[in-house]
Design a binder for this molecule. Structure first.
Ligand SMILES: [Fe+2]
Ligand SMILES: [Fe+2]
Length: 385
């Protein structure tokens, strides 16, 4: 990328800097406006470890206060989202007893993790010819762009820029932009990723499903923190209110889920290299979902056993309905991610349509969406952004 392009990406917005007082007032507003954010803040270690403290004492270097004010004025929803992620990430930092410097770094990373969204269009323009300019690539480049801006601001600790770049990576390698696995993602990056996901679930009004959603994705996030936030919401969070499946429908859905999981596990993606069918990326994802389901006591390979239990217990019937709805969301997510991986190899989404793998995945996706209860299929369930 040329120097001109870089300076265009890093050009300071024409606005006053946000003040420290304003920042804290805005952060407090997020807490009082949302019971779920308040629950996390109250549940994390109190007193001097309050998640507000790293924000209150944060010194933002270079033009970062200008960037923040620009975000506040131009994209208030993104600004509020960033404050919420910073607060939740700070709470996770306190929970994990990170040292003070790391907790401040985490708060800063939370504030600026999605900065790239403000500039992604600029990237598509400057890198024309090198990048596929579909929405997919634009969306997926935002952690890289955020990293690029931050690493060019003097005084930003490298670990802040790194955590920002890693905020859509997942421990099992299913994230982006690099598909890193656990040992290669910094702890700050792992905590930021979970904070972003938790805030994403809350923002979509799905806090009641948060425990189930996270339990089914245990292998993707920082386990200790995931367990903490799952327990917090299971005990004190809102109760789920979903369309309940009847027992017979539960067994039928479980049979469908089993069939779809087997079909997906057998599909080999172009990027799977020399892996045998059944050992590729999709097979790994399916195995993780199966483990998650079994750990909650639901084996989709044995729907009759589940049926025996739900006939006796209506409360359990509701709970299993929530799990099934979430399993469908996870399968839909896997299909979309598989299409994205094929697209990456084929050189763009346009080149994928018509490929045999795409046809198969698209047919499966349609079946899965059709099986989703109305309340679930109407919401865009992608975790994170
Ligand atoms: Fe975000
Ligand atoms: Fe993001």
């Amino acid at each position: 990328m040329s120097g001109t392009s870089l300076s265009r990406i890093n050009a300071l917005p024409m606005t006053l800097p946000v003040s420290q007082e304003q920042l804290i007032e805005d952060a407090r507003m997020q807490r009082s406006a949302d019971a779920c954010i308040a629950l996390i803040v109250a549940g994390s270690p109190a007193g001097a470890d309050s998640p507000f403290r790293p924000l209150a004492e944060l010194e933002l270097p270079g033009g970062l206060p200008h960037w923040l004010n620009h975000m506040r004025e131009a994209t208030p929803a993104l600004y509020q989202h960033s404050l919420r992620v910073a607060l939740v990430a700070s709470a996770f930092g306190a929970l994990n007893q990170l040292d003070w410097r790391k907790r401040q770094a985490l708060a800063m990373a939370g504030l600026f993790h999605d900065l790239g969204h403000l500039k992604v269009e600029a990237l598509a323009t400057v890198a024309e010819g090198e990048l596929d300019t579909t929405g997919l690539y634009q969306l997926r480049s935002h952690p890289v762009v955020s990293h690029l801006i931050l690493s060019n601001v003097e005084g930003v600790p490298p670990e802040v820029a790194r955590a920002v770049r890693e905020h859509h990576e997942r421990l099992d390698g299913s994230g982006y932009p690099a598909g890193l696995v656990e040992s290669r993602i910094s702890v700050s990056g792992q905590l930021l990723a979970l904070a972003e996901t938790v805030v994403g679930i809350i923002d979509k009004g799905l806090a009641a499903q948060l425990p189930v959603k996270l339990r089914l994705q245990r292998g993707k996030y920082h386990l200790r923190t995931l367990t903490w936030v799952t327990t917090l919401f299971a005990e004190h969070g809102p109760r789920p209110d979903v369309d309940k499946f009847e027992p017979a429908a539960i067994a039928a859905r479980l049979r469908d889920i089993e069939e779809w999981m087997l079909s997906l596990a057998a599909l080999q993606l172009p990027g799977d290299g020399t892996a045998e069918a059944g050992e590729g990326w999709l097979a790994v994802q399916v195995a993780a979902l199966r483990r998650g389901l079994i750990s909650i006591g639901i084996d989709p390979g044995a729907p009759e056993a589940v049926l025996d239990v739900v006939r006796e217990d209506q409360a359990l019937c509701t709970e299993i309905s929530v799990v099934i709805a979430e399993a469908l969301v996870q399968i839909k997510f896997m299909i979309r991610e598989a299409v994205a991986r094929i697209a990456r190899d084929a050189g763009g989404l346009a080149a994928v349509r018509g490929l045999a793998e795409w046809e198969r995945l698209e047919a499966l996706r349609r079946q899965v969406v059709e099986a989703m209860p109305g309340a679930v299929s109407n919401v865009e369930h992608e975790l994170g952004d």
